[in-house]
Design a protein around this ligand. Structure first.
Ligand SMILES: [Zn+2]
Length: 331
């Protein structure tokens, strides 16, 4: 038998032996999580229609009353895969008891550093078709807590729950087995998150990847604009090209982020809005948001001159502002 890896420093010491910990986990098996959850609405045609639209399901037995009447169902039925949707509480719906069995189980696992979670399995079973007017309720039971497992994600425990859905007569109409793993994450260096890109901004990031910071220029009226967008705000032209920046600028404004701290960044994190120098007549200032590099946070002041460089950062290339004259700063 191999010894489990030591818990991370931030884990709480639960004071349990491994066997006691295992037994404490197993004590949750068979327990129901809170009271039955009642569906906020009965099974209804509008929700079926919206769901089918979202899923691209055009089966007429869900959507066309005449076709459904002529089918083996005799009337409209709900797509079986909507089972879970009927009982979802919604964003502002009732929340579970914060000290319920599931929360207690989660807290117990956290004492040994099993704090990360990934869903691994979901299997639904349908006992009968649901029809408009059915009103469901659902109970969730913890059906299994695995022994400690080593996985590619890290070491942890699989937790299986079963949701049983019943109709107004208490007859089961379907069920869902849902499995997650609560695991201790492997030590990894977080990567800087990639910027969100769109078809309108891809060209700008592609230029960055090639080492160039460029500014979008209207092909018709010549207006320079940033961030990139599909239409010139001055003449509404959709035609554009771009010009390179000069490589210098000045701090127009800035914030220094302390919290919340996103993995992949160093804090305190200056985020600067740079007035970017571009050649030729500039009708309106060209401003870009950047992080700083090689710059003490104290050196970032409004008006500070910066050099702009493209640098590799977390598997991508981004523009950084380097304050070149720190006379105005505290450093
Ligand atoms: Zn224009």
């Amino acid at each position: 038998m191999t010894a489990p890896p030591p818990p991370p420093a931030d884990a709480v010491d639960d004071g349990l032996t491994d066997e006691e910990f295992h037994n404490a986990l197993q004590a949750f098996v068979g327990r129901q999580i809170g009271p039955a959850m009642d569906a906020p609405d009965e099974v209804n045609v509008p929700m079926i229609r919206h769901w089918c639209e979202a899923m691209g399901d055009t089966n007429p037995v869900y959507l066309n009353a005449e076709a459904a009447a002529a089918s083996t169902h005799g009337e409209l039925v709900a797509p079986p895969a909507m089972l879970q949707a009927w009982v979802m509480a919604g964003i502002n719906g009732p929340s579970r008891d914060t000290d319920g069995p599931y929360e207690q189980l989660t807290n117990l696992l956290a004492t040994r550093g099993f704090t990360s979670v990934v869903a691994t399995n979901c299997e639904q079973t349908y006992d009968r078709y649901l029809r408009p007017g059915d009103r469901l309720s659902m109970v969730t039971t913890i059906t299994d807590v695995s022994a400690q497992k080593d996985t590619a994600l890290g070491t942890g425990h699989f937790i299986t729950t079963q949701q049983d859905y019943v109709d107004a007569n208490g007859q089961r109409v379907g069920s869902m087995v849902f499995r997650i793993i609560r695991f201790r994450p492997r030590g990894t260096t977080a990567r800087r998150p990639a910027p969100a890109t769109t078809r309108d901004t891809n060209w700008w990031f592609e230029a960055l990847a090639a080492g160039e910071v460029r500014v979008q220029r209207c092909s018709d009226c010549g207006l320079l604009r940033h961030p990139p967008g599909p239409m010139c705000p001055a003449c509404h032209s959709l035609n554009f090209d771009s010009v390179p920046i000069e490589g210098t600028g000045s701090v127009h404004s800035f914030v220094v982020v302390h919290h919340p701290q996103v993995p992949g960044f160093e804090y305190p994190l200056p985020v600067v809005l740079v007035d970017v120098d571009v050649a030729g007549e500039v009708v309106r200032p060209v401003r870009m948001v950047m992080n700083t590099a090689d710059t003490e946070p104290d050196a970032v002041v409004v008006g500070a001159p910066v050099r702009i460089e493209v640098r590799a950062a977390g598997g991508q290339h981004l523009a950084f502002a380097i304050v070149t004259d720190t006379a105005g700063g505290a450093s």
